[in-house]
Design a binder for this molecule. Structure first.
Ligand SMILES: Nc1ncnc2c1ncn2[C@@H]1O[C@H](COP(=O)(O)OP(=O)(O)OP(=O)(O)O)[C@@H](O)[C@H]1O
Length: 254
């Protein structure tokens, strides 16, 4: 049987990170990192505290500027763009704590995120057209909140708030969705539902996740990248990285 050749990827890379370095007063939080994410892939970044995981997402979304290296998204160099331009290019980022409008309903939160350039004030005078309503309902069903459209967001559980924020990103249809610890604070059943959600949404996009919950990582990851001291320590399937002696040593050392 033919082995797949490493130099000829089965799918195109949606994201190619090469030689990425960021130095904070001489300390390299990310140090000559290279990372390639394929279309429709779920990639999980794991690693001990301080390994540089969040900094990598900050660099990709333009929150932090690289000292050196390249981040290509669909062939476009992101290191030259600002945060807004990177969102516009199709990169969505969810932070650890949900940032939703607590006093608005689920429907209104999703509607506000619909890419129309509207803001909170504009929404007061906005005529809801069918396209928006249909899209909001489709996304609400996808994130398990189809029967909660009129519920005020502050009444949702922590897990439901996390889903709502994922929905607010999905409605913008990003081709790369980055999630920082999406299941933190979720129940076991919510974690399973989130894994199912991520598998469904990668039909149209790639997902890059930072996660500490190893069961969840095993449930979702196509490939795992282990970071340690700003560098890639190991990469591959969950089974492969879990049995890598270098990874075992780093984790047991903590
Ligand atoms: N803006 C900054 N200025 C100085 N140091 C920073 C800055 N941002 C991150 N660091 C440092 O870079 C290192 C990597 O931090 P980062 O938050 O990326 O790690 P992490 O792998 O996400 O950790 P955790 O799992 O604890 O969230 C840490 O030592 C952190 O203190």
């Amino acid at each position: 049987m033919l082995e797949s050749t490493k130099s000829i990827p089965a799918k195109d890379f949606v994201l190619s990170v090469e030689g990425l370095t960021v130095s904070f007063d001489g300390f390299k939080a990310v140090n000559d990192l290279s990372l390639y994410v394929e279309e429709q892939e779920i990639r999980v970044i794991i690693g001990p505290n301080g390994a540089g995981k969040t900094t990598v997402l900050d660099l990709i979304c333009g929150r932090t500027k690289a000292t050196e290296g390249s981040i290509k998204f669909k062939g476009k160099e992101l290191t030259k763009l600002n945060e807004h331009q990177i969102v516009h290019a199709g990169v969505g980022r969810k932070f650890q704590n949900p940032s939703i409008y607590e006093d608005l309903t689920v429907f209104e939160n999703l509607e506000l995120s619909f890419p129309r350039g509207r803001n909170v004030w504009g929404a007061l005078f906005f005529r809801r057209d069918k396209e928006v309503v249909d899209k909001v309902k489709e996304i609400a069903d996808m994130i398990f909140l189809g029967d909660k459209l009129d519920t005020s967001a502050d009444l949702l559980s922590h897990g439901q708030k996390q889903w709502l924020e994922i929905g607010m990103l999905l409605i913008q249809d990003p081709e790369l969705l980055m999630l920082d610890e999406p299941v933190a604070g979720m129940s076991v059943s919510e974690r399973k539902q989130t894994a199912d959600l991520l598998h469904r949404i990668t039909k149209d996009r790639s997902v890059l996740v930072i996660e500490h919950d190893m069961q969840f990582v095993a449930d979702i990851a196509d490939r795992v990248t282990v970071l340690h001291q700003g560098k890639v320590l190991s990469e591959g399937s969950m089974d492969r990285v879990q049995s890598d002696p270098k990874v075992v040593e780093v984790y047991l050392g903590h």
